[in-house]
Ligand binder design. Structure first.
Ligand code: MOS
Length: 693
């Protein structure tokens, strides 16, 4: 309770403020917002993996009812070829600019009509012919085009004498792990409605960061950023695929200009699979050497992933190897393989999730060969400071996560030998994995106005993609202002609200909370002086310490129990427990829910999800929920997520992000449990029936 008798809102389990709107169907998502004079665009995508468009014959389509026209590379306006995105220039952004087809699924035309049904029917009447060229879509880490990936957080690790340490190790694990291409499956497919007025572009767009999308759109259309106004009030999930400036908004804006009226482009589930970035497949070689005492001596993690020559991307799989354990020699390498495929983008715990599957499986294999309990091995090798940079940790409560998780899970009763526990026909096993995810904040701005009715208007360009960011930021603002949450009027989801990183990289809420906290501080100082105005804006750009003395991460320990039917190969997860160290938790109800969601994503990755490309055509053959399996309710057992007491000293309020860590360690924990149940190590995901029998 503060001096005014107000109970702190941060730390309280409050239901989401827009929950009622959502469950009653009255929350307006982009496609729910009515618009006068609206036309509808249907996206047409390329069916060859590489080549040129020979012709797009629209004669029949143009004669169909309601059709307003077809946009393609012959009549579309010019877009900026130098537009850039998160990782630099992105030549995939300018669409409909030429006849080149760089990947199957590339948008090549937009059919615009009065209704979506008319647009769809006309799109099917479009006759597209190609001059196909040989394509290369088959990924392998030994592909001749493999090259070093760009770096994200400094150079890859190279400490100690790796080969010498391997040579004196008692056991050396040297294995290759594979994860498939995976696709984003947000509940709400990508959709945008765009219109132009007086040289300004307006759009409602389902995305994870209206401000950053407005920057990209401004670049693409050669206009000032303050002439682009993008809103995303409610967003039905993102999975990372809505951090990018999607085809829907680019095409809707082009068509709205061309046809001089508002245009909506709503992608189907299939179009999201084909045209909106996926997690790239990875192949990862992990070598770990350890002494008979269980001390790691050498760690070598070389990960490779596929991307497109159109745009840079980084699937940072090597984070775990440089963070989780001490070893005198640590080397990480990251390779990128450019192929004629859909450009990948961030997806649910990017890098850390496939990376931890490989790395934490390999660590388990070390325990197996040394006949040491895998939990004990992990505890034995905890580093006092970063084993690569030597920098001290900011808060690091991983040991508590491992120990408290083990206690709750009943790990002490576990017999480490595999294939011993049986229940009827089923084999039963348990496994553990640890994970880390880099934490921090990006620049954001917040504006707070003290209103005459005693309320405070808080404006911050945050995105709430279903995580509860809105609810969390109301609590943060209330505490920072020292008032009850009823007095906070929060406005989010709008590019006009100022610079904001959006909901991504586990940094959305932390970055916005930082800005709101600083703005509240500045406002309270001014409130003491009645002569001063009572609206303040704070941009955190100059406040961010990009080179803190300590390394800042979130951590998790995940425990899994599985049953395996040796006759059918069916793996079922029976129990999942995640213990998380994520700084001070803003809202335990919503944080727990978000982490459980992440854990279910990890379960889905472990057992089900796999995008398959036909090697002959290079096309995705699993572009729907019939071909691409995600975990359903019946697959999801008893999932528990809880937090250890934690406080991040680099944050003014002790917060860290928890958007991605829920996902990261789960696949390894499940794979390790499958080994314990069966005695067979699965190094390729998903662990589907055919791989188990
Ligand atoms: Mo997150 S995968 O950066 O949206």
């Amino acid at each position: 309770m503060n001096a005014n008798g107000i109970t702190a809102a941060v730390g309280e389990p409050r239901p989401r403020v827009e929950g009622r709107l959502k469950v009653t169907g009255s929350a307006a998502y982009v496609a729910d917002v009515p618009m006068p004079d609206l036309a509808h665009g249907w996206m047409v995508t390329a069916t060859v993996s590489r080549g040129r468009i020979r012709d797009i014959d629209a004669t029949d389509a143009l004669a169909m009812p309601g059709v307003l026209g077809v946009l393609d590379h012959r009549n579309a306006r010019r877009l900026n070829p130098d537009a850039a995105h998160h990782f630099g220039p992105d030549r995939g952004l300018p669409m409909l600019q030429d006849d080149a087809v760089p990947y199957a699924g590339r948008p090549i035309a937009l059919v615009v009509a009065r209704t979506p049904e008319q647009a769809r029917a006309a799109a099917s009447a479009l006759r597209v012919t190609y001059d196909a060229e040989p394509h290369d879509t088959e990924f392998s880490m030994n592909h001749p085009a493999a090259r070093p990936a760009s770096t994200l957080f400094g150079p890859e690790a190279d400490t100690g004498d790796l080969e010498a340490e391997l040579a004196v190790s008692t056991v050396v694990v040297d294995e290759v792990y594979r994860t498939p291409e995976e696709n984003h499956s947000a509940m709400e497919p990508h959709v945008a409605t765009a219109w132009w007025e007086d040289g300004h572009l307006y759009a409602l767009d389902s995305n994870q960061g209206p401000f950053s999308i407005s920057q990209v759109m401004a670049m693409l259309f050669f206009i000032d950023r303050d002439r682009v106004h993008i809103r995303a009030e409610h967003v039905g999930g993102g999975f990372g695929a809505k951090t990018i400036c999607g085809a829907q908004i680019i095409l809707a804006a082009m068509a709205a200009e061309h046809f001089r009226r508002p245009v909506r482009v709503a992608l189907t589930r299939r179009q999201v699979f084909l045209a909106i970035g996926s997690r790239p497949p990875t192949e990862q070689r992990v070598r770990i050497g350890a002494g008979a005492d269980g001390r790691l001596r050498a760690v070598h993690h070389h990960a490779a992933f596929a991307l497109s020559p159109l745009a840079e991307y980084i699937e940072w799989c090597t984070e775990q190897a440089r963070t989780l354990y001490a070893a005198p020699a640590i080397r990480t390498e990251l390779s990128a393989v450019p192929l004629d495929r859909l450009p990948p983008c961030t997806m649910r715990g990017p890098g850390a999730t496939p990376g931890s599957f490989a790395f934490e499986s390999a660590v388990d294999e070390v325990a197996e060969r040394l006949r040491i309990d895998p939990l004990r091995l992990r505890l034995l090798n905890q580093p006092a400071a970063s084993p690569v940079s030597g920098r001290p940790w900011s808060t690091r409560r991983l040991i508590t996560c491992l120990e408290e998780g083990a206690r709750r899970f009943g790990w002490a009763q576990r017999d480490p030998r595999p294939r011993l526990r049986r229940e009827g026909n089923l084999l039963v096993g348990t496994g553990v994995a640890a994970a880390a995810f880099v934490a921090g904040v990006f620049p954001a701005s917040a504006t707070i106005a003290a209103e005459t009715d005693g309320t405070f208007s808080v404006r911050v360009g945050a995105s709430d993609i279903g995580t509860g960011a809105r609810t969390a930021l109301i609590a943060v603002a209330a505490d920072a202002l020292g008032v009850s949450t009823e007095r906070i009027r929060l406005h989010i989801g709008d590019s006009d609200l100022g610079p904001n990183p959006g909901a991504g990289g586990s940094r959305g809420t932390t970055s916005c909370a930082f800005a709101v906290t600083e703005a509240a501080k500045a406002l309270r100082e001014k409130l003491d002086d009645p002569a001063r105005p009572v609206t303040v804006t704070v941009d955190t750009t100059p406040l961010i310490n990009w080179r803190p003395a300590e390394e800042r991460n979130t951590y998790s320990a995940v425990f899994a129990e599985v049953t395996v039917d040796p006759a059918t190969g069916e793996v079922r997860v029976r129990r999942l427990l995640g213990m998380f160290a994520v700084g001070r938790v803003i809202n335990p109800l919503l944080a727990r829910s978000q982490l459980i969601g992440g854990m279910i994503g990890g379960l889905s990755m472990a057992l089900h999800e796999e995008s398959v490309r036909d090697p002959i055509t290079g096309r995705l053959v699993t572009a729907d929920f019939a071909g691409y399996h995600i975990s359903a309710h019946a697959d999801v057992p008893n999932v528990e997520a809880d937090f250890v007491a934690d406080y991040e000293p680099q944050d003014p309020s002790g917060f860290n992000g928890l958007g991605e860590i829920g996902n990261a360690g789960v696949a390894a924990a499940i794979a390790n449990a499958v080994w314990h149940a069966t005695g067979t190590r699965h190094r390729t995901l998903p662990i589907s029936l055919g791989r188990v029998v």
